[in-house]
Design a protein around this ligand. Structure first.
Ligand code: PLP
Length: 226
């Protein structure tokens, strides 16, 4: 199946999920995760009309960003080491993995004067040891502290659910992230409007959309693996 056909199927599946669910967002953005594929394949994704591209490694993304840069909106979705911020910061419009103050400080230092980076704070809702992110209980106080860094705009929360066969078992994690997002958005912090939810991957995006995802990060189901 071509990327365009897969994209159309995924879009239809998302629309249906939004319609069935009261918690579903009206507008869900698809981020094509191209970390498994080549520059060529990434170009095909853009040609098919996807605007948002997600990458999780600084080194691996640089060739794509340099070749295709202007055509896409780039999302950094992986763990980000502070020492690599300098190299990637003016290429990526969104960072989905803000999870510590030292990283916020580095981003703030490296961003062009007056510019803002749209950041998701990563939350480890499931509490799995192997996953990064803050505990839900410490997320709000972390976000309050980010007010010290003018270049950081907290646009929402991000999570990765455990990989499971029965996706219904991850629904409570997505719901919990939505409830946490609602609580934080209600505080109306100037540096943290916190309206977005980055959640849902190839295996669980339907459930994530039903629970209110506004950005889904889809790799293998859309671009395959090379
Ligand atoms: C790889 C990755 C994805 C996409 O994974 P698929 O299961 O292939 O859709 C989404 N989010 C993050 C953070 C990833 O690292």
């Amino acid at each position: 199946m071509s990327i365009l056909n897969r994209l159309n199927e995924i879009r239809a599946t998302i629309d249906a999920a939004c319609e069935r669910s009261e918690s579903g967002a009206k507008n869900v953005n698809i981020i094509a995760v191209t970390k498994y594929v080549s520059v060529e394949k990434t170009k095909e994704v853009l040609d098919a009309g996807v605007l948002h591209i997600g990458e999780n490694r600084v080194e691996d993304s640089m060739e794509k960003v340099h070749t295709l840069g202007e055509r896409g909106i780039w999302h950094f979705i992986g763990n980000l080491q502070s020492k690599k911020v300098k190299q990637m910061i003016d290429k990526f419009e969104f960072i989905h993995s803000l999870d510590r103050l030292s990283l916020a400080k580095e981003i703030n230092k490296r961003v062009a004067q007056g510019a803002k980076v749209k950041c998701f704070v990563q939350v480890n809702v499931s509490g799995e040891e192997s996953k990064s992110g803050l505990n839900p209980e410490e997320t709000f106080s972390f976000i309050q502290k980010l007010a010290a860094f003018p270049a950081i705009e907290v646009i929402g929360l991000m999570t990765m659910a455990p990989f499971v066969d029965d996706v219904e078992t991850v629904r409570p994690y997505f719901r919990k992230l939505r409830e946490l997002r609602d609580e934080i958005a209600e505080k109306d912090l100037e540096h943290a409007p916190c309206r977005e939810l980055s959640m849902g991957m190839s295996n669980d995006y339907v459930v994530a959309v039903e629970e209110g995802a506004t950005f889904v990060r889809i790799g293998s189901a859309l671009v395959g693996k090379e």
